[in-house]
Design a protein around this ligand. Sequence first.
Ligand SMILES: [Zn+2]
Length: 424
Amino acid sequence: MKAPALLGNARLPRWLLPAGWPERDGVPVLARIALEAGRVQSVRPASGPDEPDPEAWDLAGTLVLPGFVDAHTHLDKAFTLPRMKKVQPGLLGAIDAMLADRVHWSPADVHERAARGLQWAWECGTTHVRTHVDWWEPDTVPLAWPVMAELAQEWAGRVRLEQVSLIKLPLFEDAAQALRLARQVKATGPHALLGGFVHSTNWSENALRNLLVAAQACDLDVDLHVDEELNASAAGLQTTARILREIGFEGRVVCGHVCALAAQPEAEALATLDAVARAPITIVSLPATNLLLQDAVTGRTPRLRGLTLVKEARERGIPLLFASDNVQDPFCRLGSFDPVEALGTAALVAQLPDPFDDWSQALCRGDWLQRAPATAAPTLAGAKADLVLFTQADRHGWPSRSATRVVLREGRVTHGDAAPFLPR
Ligand SMILES: [Zn+2]
C-alpha cells in the first residue's frame, strides 16, 4: 500500500494540539496531517472539504495518537506462567515462583519469550519499550542481560528497547560493589539504566544512596521499583527525592509503582509528592499488577487497590506514565504488552476524567523518560509519522473498542486495515 501524503479529518487529543487550536462546541476541530518522507510535515486545522487527492486519506474523525512508550515491562519473565505450578498470592509469592523458574532459563528461552513480547508491542503501535531484567548476583551478569542487548539491536529502527538492571537493594550496601555494578551496566551501552528493588523488606538508606551515587559517577539514568506495597511506613520515594537533592543528581530517575503513597496519611503523601515535583523524578504507575498483587490474600476479596496518587502527581507537574509491567508470568497472568490496556485499567480504578483528550499522554510522552523532558508543549509536526489510528473507538468511550487499529510506521501501514480511509 502506498504511504499517504495527507491524513485528513484526524481527531488528535487536546494535549497534542498547539495553543490556539480552534474548537467547535468546546471540542477541538479535526486536523489535517501532512506527511512527507516518513515524517509529519505539518498539522493544521481541517478547514472544510479538501480537493480530491489520490494520496490523501479521509479519516472522518478517527482518533489518532502518536506511537506509545511502554515505560515498564519485564520481557525476561514474560510468558513463563504456563510452565509454573502453584503460585502463592501477592508480590513476594510471585518472586518465589520466579526464582523456582530460573532452572528453565537459557539464552534461547529468554530470547524467544522476549521477542514474542516485542512483536506484540510492535503490533499494537508501541515505539519505545523499557524492560527490567532480574539481576541476582553481585559478580555475575544474568544470562538475560546480554539477550536484551541483542534484542535492542535486532529491533533498532522499529522498537527502541531500553534495559534496566533490577538489582535487590542489599547488593548496593557496599559502595565499591555499587560502583562495580553501575560500571557493568554502563558498559552495556547508552540504552542501559541502573535499577533496584526498593521495598520495606530490604530497606537501607545507605544502599539507596550508594546506588544513586554510583549512577551519578557513571553518568547513568536510574529506574527503580519503589514502595510496591501498602506499608504506610515505606519511605523509598521520599528518601529518593531527598538524596537526589543532596547529591545534586543530574540524570533522570524513574520511580515505578510507589503504591505506599496510597496507604499513607494524606498530608504526608502530598508532602512527599511536593518533594518529588522538585526532583528529576518521573513516576510510572502499573495499575494492572497493583490490582493483582496488592492486598492479595487467598480466599479474601481485596479492599485496598494499591494505585498511587496519579491525579495529585499530575497536578504538581510530575511526569507520569502508565505502563504494562508483567505479562503472563507469576506476577500477572493477563496482559498483552499494550499500554492502552494499562490506561483502560487506570481510567476505571483512578476514575480518570477524559482518558483520550488528557490522560492518553501518559502512554505517549517518551520525553518524560529522558534526562531533560521538553518543557515546550509536545507537537506532532516534525516527528516521525508513527501513528496509531483507532478505527472503532470514539472519544467518549476510548479506550473501549480500541483493539482494532491501523498502525503507521514512518507513514506506512504496518498493521491493520486502512482500506476504509482510501480515496474512492
Ligand atoms: Zn515491575
